[in-house]
Design a protein around this ligand. Structure first.
Ligand code: DUC
Ligand code: ZN
Ligand code: ZN
Length: 469
């Protein structure tokens, strides 16, 4: 089976080209000057549209157990929603819980995902219990293509690791060339502030945003960088929200350290005010929290993306329903009367590629090439998938989005495909939208039709971070 994508403008991180793309089977066969006489079984006309690499979301939490419930998207619904939004690869987080072997977490997440994904997928591993055994198992995980390990400086009693535990895992990562991914918030200090707020009767969701102070994200980021520097391992700071944290990463990178960071659309578009309005604010509870716009975090993050102090936009997709759900039960409402019991996380996997196009390209903050770079190419290189993924080149997987820059649409829970009963972007007008999506040479989205199916997505064995200095 061959498909020719004709008449489009091919955008990669390296530049733009008026070119036709020939796909044979699952791979890109040729990228040739527009109008070259190439024959194919099927022709897709991309006149007036961009032809870009499929999005790669390196931070999702399908079915994550959290706060007495589970993230509401499973691998089937979540990867389908991702496809609708132009994402053709996810890297999700398998979880090792306390007392469990590390590889048991990996096996459990493979069981949840295998046969259920509509797009390709890989895993990072959350190291939830640093022991001699789990450190040894980090070697085994590398053999399975899990080359990145997430740790938490937040959530004492749940995912939290002490500095000593973090340092031991970092030493192991340094031996293997693995990347440590860090949730950098000082969870111990935050827990003191949570208890004090609740004692004062401050129970609404807005206090989630107030107690999780940005200075505590900056402090934890600094500490993580110093520990990684000493251990000699690459560090990737996840879901950065605060300008104090960005300053730490910028300094580290200026010193030539292997320090990297991502942010997410929620930190670029939403803010502390969204956490107001009584319990409605629970819809916006995630950690780190949405920040006060007046403090300049959002503008700092956009400029970090422009200067490459921030390299990736991921989603931290971790959805929960607002109203009680017939199958999932209580989700956000678990935290009525106590903000600290609201499950943390937002739906987002469907909207990242379009939102970043809107905020970056349509609103003229970043170039087309940089949009592709932060949404696809750098994620592929950072997590060992390039050049199989993240670009449009001969031999690469035919994961391709035909993107219509002239499409205007409104984001809404009524039309999205994520399994949540609300949208964080309800009513927002977005310029630019996904038209057609191909995953390894198969058309899985065509206009308003979903043509994918669960089980078509393959597990990805990943290589090491390709940016190490
Ligand atoms: N933050 C969230 O908002 N949800 C899941 C875990 C996390 O770190
Ligand atoms: Zn996190
Ligand atoms: Zn996360």
């Amino acid at each position: 089976m061959s498909i020719l994508i004709k008449n489009g403008t091919v955008i990669t991180a390296a530049g733009q080209q008026e070119a036709d793309v020939l796909i044979v089977g699952e791979r890109i066969e040729s990228v040739s000057a527009r109008g070259t006489n190439v024959q194919a079984d099927e022709v897709l006309d991309a006149q007036g549209k961009y032809v870009v690499p499929g999005g790669i979301d390196v931070h999702t939490h399908m079915e994550l157990p959290f706060g007495g419930t589970f993230a509401s998207d499973d691998f089937e619904t979540g990867t389908r929603a991702a496809a609708w939004g132009g994402t053709t690869t996810i890297i999700d987080f398998a979880v090792q819980t306390k007392g469990q072997n590390l590889m048991d977490g990996y096996e459990a997440w493979r069981t949840k995902a295998d046969g259920n994904c509509a797009i390709d997928y890989g895993f990072h591993l959350i190291v939830g219990d640093v022991t001699d055994q789990s450190l040894k198992e980090m070697d085994i995980a590398m053999g399975e293509g899990v080359t990145s390990f997430k740790m938490f400086m937040a959530y004492p009693g749940v995912f939290y690791s002490t500095d000593g535990e973090i340092f031991r895992a970092m030493q192991k990562a340094a031996e293997n060339g693995a990347t440590i991914m860090m949730h950098a918030e000082n969870g111990i200090a935050i827990d003191v502030l949570i208890a004090q707020a609740l004692e004062r009767g401050e129970t609404d969701p807005i206090y989630h945003g107030i107690v999780r102070r940005s200075i505590l994200e900056g402090e934890a980021t600094h500490r993580a960088i110093k520990l990684a520097e000493l251990a000699g391992c690459p560090l990737y700071v996840v879901h950065m929200s605060a300008l104090e944290a960005l300053a730490e990463v910028t300094n580290a990178r200026d010193e030539g350290l292997n320090v990297f960071a991502e942010t997410c659309p929620q930190y670029l578009f939403l803010d502390l005010d969204d956490l107001g309005n009584g319990f409605e604010g629970a819809k916006f509870v995630c950690s780190p929290p949405l920040r006060d716009r007046a403090e300049g975090h959002q503008e700092a993050l956009w400029s970090g993306l422009a200067t490459n102090d921030l390299q990736i936009v991921s989603t931290d997709h971790c959805p929960f329903c607002f109203e009680d759900h017939p199958e999932l039960g209580r989700q956000k409402r678990l935290g009525e009367g106590d903000f600290s019991k609201i499950p943390n996380g937002l739906p987002g996997v469907e909207h990242r590629v379009e939102l970043i196009y809107h905020g970056a390209v349509a609103e003229e903050r970043l170039s087309l090439e940089r949009w592709v770079e932060v949404c696809a190419t750098t994620p592929a290189r950072m997590f060992g998938l390039y050049p199989r993924k993240g670009t449009i080149a001969v031999g690469s997987d035919a994961d391709i989005v035909i993107f219509d820059p002239d499409k205007h649409h409104q984001l809404s829970a009524a039309t999205h495909h994520m399994r949540t009963d609300y949208s964080c972007y309800e009513g927002m007008e977005v310029t630019g939208g996904v038209d057609t999506v191909l995953s390894r040479g198969r058309v899985i989205i065509s206009g308003d039709q979903y043509l994918g199916k669960k089980g078509d997505g393959q597990y990805l064995v990943r290589d090491l971070n390709q940016y190490l200095v």
